[in-house]
Write a protein that binds this ligand. Structure first.
Ligand code: MLT
Ligand code: ZN
Length: 475
């Protein structure tokens, strides 16, 4: 390892590498605080050629590499192991926006650009980068693409995968895959960029991408609604969709328990409704038209729902400040739950029609399993992705609660399976969930994944221990 570190230091210079444990420590824990590892060095290459040189040197030495962006994974996607044999490769210094083309509606960005910075740059160019996630201030484009992030706008624009026209990546042998094309049509063989998107750093390191932008909406309307049940939330979604299927930009569900934690634990996050409710919906509509048709649509659907009792109360944002204040109530859910104690997260998806059944059945099962558990589901109702998150009972022991994480996850997963859903909707598999892969993606699917991994990364150096479970020894 020491010889490898010397080679890398000579290539990167002292500013391009951290070895002091005080400096490397922040790279050795994840956002959730589930994993704490060790690394002899954090590599900080500033360009693609330097990333390639690092990978070549590590491949030669057979050393594991953990690619890292904003380190915001919810499943330990960038967790370093405890054995101290893996090097962290941070993309943070690759933070240039290489080009924006408002005619082609594309932007070419490096992996270390934060999603927020990319959104801002697109906006300044008169366009919209329609990907939006709660951690967008820290999450970086490389990680967002490597995990095929979803987020708030999937209902309208799809997941990260749908926005990637071209990709540049360093493969596990250190060669550079130069696919930064910006074409809408390019049917030339295997879709390698799509293989890398969502591979969670196990097949290569994304260093830059060409993203598809959209026209900026001229009107945006946001409302926060109190509803009596998840069924009422779903009915409101279908009412908006029937009124104008193209208008919905986000449709988010929040439980009363989750909202209560946000109100209590996040400063300046006050509920703008007269009474707390058992469930909430945040709806965002957007349109390219420059008239008041969107407000009319919002008021007519909400008016009818209020009259029929499907919506108990609602507030419509009258300014950008109010719009951000309503979104804050949604985006601070993960932070509030973290402050409330130990969390078990189930980032699951089911067909949209089955979301109310998922919430009812999983709530009942979890409350039966651990009396006093705080059931705080929320998420992207419009695309069927619910974060069925559970917070430890008030005053319980965090470690003892987290020790039961598989038991809780498996309880929820059994219901999700019964509802034809997925055990990971947008967070990926990371280090937390490979154990679920054989039962959910076993047989030919998992075997093909293993073959692809072996073909591209025969030494197994790329993000070890993520996505694929250890192969069981032959019997
Ligand atoms: C979100 O949508 O805010 C997240 O994906 C966070 C979470 O699951 O806690
Ligand atoms: Zn989410």
């Amino acid at each position: 390892m020491n010889a490898l570190i010397d080679i890398l230091r000579a290539r990167l210079g002292s500013g391009g590498m951290l070895t002091d444990p005080t400096d490397t420590e922040p790279y050795c824990s994840d956002w959730r605080g589930l994993y704490h590892g060790r690394t002899p060095a954090v590599l900080r290459p500033a360009d693609t050629e330097a990333v390639a040189a690092c990978v070549r040197a590590c491949a030669e030495a057979g050393a594991g590499i953990v690619p890292m962006g904003g380190n915001t994974s919810m499943v330990g996607g960038a967790a370093v192991s405890e054995n101290g044999h893996e090097l962290v490769l941070s993309l943070s210094r690759m933070n240039r926006i290489r080009a924006i083309d408002p005619v082609d509606m594309t932007m070419t960005v490096e992996a270390g650009v934060t999603l927020k910075a990319a959104q801002d740059a697109a906006r300044e160019a008169g366009c919209l980068l329609p990907l939006s996630i709660s951690s967008e201030g820290s999450a970086q484009i490389g990680g967002v693409l490597a995990t095929n992030a979803g987020g708030n706008n999937t209902v309208r624009y799809g997941n990260a995968r749908e926005l990637v026209l071209g990709l540049e990546a360093v493969m596990p042998d250190g060669t550079v895959f130069e696919g930064l094309r910006r074409l809408r049509k390019d049917n030339t063989g295997y879709a390698l960029r799509q293989l890398l998107v969502g591979s969670e750093g196990t097949l290569g390191i994304i260093t830059a991408a060409v993203l598809q932008l959209s026209p900026r909406p001229r009107q945006v309307e946001v409302a926060l609604c109190a509803v009596a049940s998840p069924e009422a939330a779903l009915a409101l979604f279908t009412a908006f969709r029937s009124a104008d299927p193209s208008a919905i930009q986000a449709f988010e569900y929040m439980s009363g328990t989750g909202m209560g934690l946000v109100n209590r634990l996040i400063p300046d996050a006050a509920l703008p409704l007269a009474e707390p409710a058992p469930h909430y919906v945040l709806v965002e509509l957007a349109s390219a038209r420059d008239d008041d048709s969107l407000r009319t649509l919002l008021e007519s659907v909400l008016g009818e729902a209020l009259e029929e009792g499907r919506v108990l109360d609602a507030v419509v944002a009258e300014s950008e400040t109010q719009r951000l204040a309503i979104w804050k109530l949604r985006e601070e859910h993960a932070e509030a739950q973290k402050r409330a104690g130990g969390n078990v997260k189930n980032d699951v998806s089911v067909p949209v029609s089955r979301v109310p059944e998922l919430i009812a059945r999983a709530t009942e099962a979890c409350e039966r399993l651990i009396p006093g558990i705080r059931v705080a589901p929320f998420g992207h109702l419009g695309d069927g992705n619910i974060h069925f998150n559970l917070v430890q009972p008030d005053g319980a022991d965090r470690v003892a609660f987290l020790a039961r994480d598989h038991e809780i996850m498996d309880t929820v997963a059994a219901i999700v399976r019964d509802l034809d859903g997925s055990f990971s909707a947008e967070h990926g598999v990371g280090k937390l969930k490979p154990y679920m892969m054989p039962s959910w993606r076993g047989g030919a699917e998992l075997e093909t994944m293993r073959r692809i991994k072996h073909a591209l990364d025969p030494k197994g150096i790329m993000n070890p221990g993520k996505v694929l479970p250890e192969a069981s020894p032959p019997t």
